[in-house]
Design a protein around this ligand. Structure first.
Ligand code: UFG
Length: 325
């Protein structure tokens, strides 16, 4: 019998790619999304339940109707800058919303969850590679909510026997290589989509936020990881939970290689063939100089092998998607 997975935030960027990977692996993904940031067109591999994690009744109805075997929990607010301005919104959606999901799982006797976390729970490690054992020291309200939920998962593993995996993403990027889905945030704040929009003439140009960092070319280094590779890690994490004992296990999902803002923009210019204007700006509040993963644990324990995460493939798939979308 096909296993059903309830995917909160399944109409969003990473969630929709996870649904595609789940379907390819033989699961039925049921997307649970309030469509505030997600898109109904991104739900293609299973049913869509329009509901809100802040409404326990919506969650109970989804569990009753679809009887999922496990949950993948993506539904959250994600914009770091917005979290600094409106921390209460982030506490509510990300922390209370996650508690609601866990309590609904308890009522429905569902004991396995893969949680969408972030490398930002580790804060600024001063340029060292970030692994699961790096200190938890979130800086932004957004990252604090993700760290808090990881703690709640650990508590529920003791109280309720919950089995959980927390996947700490580095910079999710790129688009489905088949062009079926891709990144579509509104407003957009991420580097690669903004560069693609600039190349398409949808904005007059763009800014680099700071070239005075202590990095090889002075701009920030990030570990860009293809969203299809992230999606595959979720399927592997789910399969690991089948045989796991109660507890919460974390994995850092990055490629282990940093690319600078300048390198990314050069790559977008080369692939698009458009030399869009780029203006230097002062540093953006909250940006760490360098965030690069040590992904050895995910590679050995989950047997996860990123295969789309070289910068060329990330930018090519993002560019193809933005041209169409
Ligand atoms: N950048 C620019 N110009 C832009 C947009 C971004 O120079 O127009 C720079 C940023 O300053 C940063 C880099 O490009 O140095 C990457 O910025 P993104 O906004 O694309 O991504 P972030 O690294 O800020 O954020 C991502 C996720 C967050 C997560 C964070 C962890 O989007 O959810 O990684 O650091 F919390």
């Amino acid at each position: 019998m096909t296993k059903t997975i309830l995917v909160t935030g399944g109409a969003g960027y990473v969630g929709s790619h996870a649904c595609k990977a789940l379907a390819a692996a033989g699961y039925t993904p049921v997307s649970f999304d309030n469509l505030s940031n997600g898109h109904d067109w991104a739900v293609k591999w299973g049913p869509l339940v329009v509901g809100d994690v802040l409404n326990p009744g919506d969650l109970d109805a989804a569990f009753a109707a679809h009887k999922p075997d496990a949950v993948m929990h993506f539904a959250a607010l994600i914009e770091v800058g917005e979290s600094v301005k409106y921390p209460e919104k982030f506490q509510l959606t990300n922390v209370t919303g996650s508690l609601n999901v866990l309590q609904a799982m308890g009522r429905a006797k569902v004991g396995r969850i893969v949680f969408s976390s972030t490398c930002a729970v580790h804060g600024d490690v001063g340029g060292a590679l970030i692994s699961e054992t790096s200190p938890i020291a979130p800086i932004s309200p957004y990252a604090k909510t993700k760290a808090e939920v990881e703690g709640v998962l650990a508590d529920f593993s003791v109280s309720d026997g919950l089995k959980a995996v927390a996947l700490r993403y580095f910079n999710a990027s790129g688009a489905d290589p088949d062009g079926e889905i891709g990144e579509a945030h509104d407003p957009e704040s991420h580097l690669i989509p903004i560069a693609c929009q600039a190349a398409l003439g949808q904005r007059e140009g763009m800014f680099i936020y700071g070239d005075d960092y202590d990095t090889p070319d002075g701009t920030c280094l990030r570990d860009y990881i293809h969203v299809t590779d992230l999606a595959m890690a979720h399927v592997k994490a789910l399969e690991r939970l089948d045989a796991a004992a109660p507890g919460v296990e974390a994995f850092c999902l990055g490629g282990g290689v940093g690319a600078s803002v300048r390198e990314v923009l050069d790559c977008v210019k080369k692939i698009s063939g458009v030399d869009f204007p780029v203006t230097m700006q002062s540093r953006r509040l909250g940006d760490a100089p360098s965030l690069v993963a040590d992904p050895r644990k995910a590679k050995t324990v989950l047997r996860w092998t990123p295969s789309h995460s070289d910068l060329q493939t990330i930018v090519k798939t993002a560019w193809a998607w933005h041209q169409k979308h």
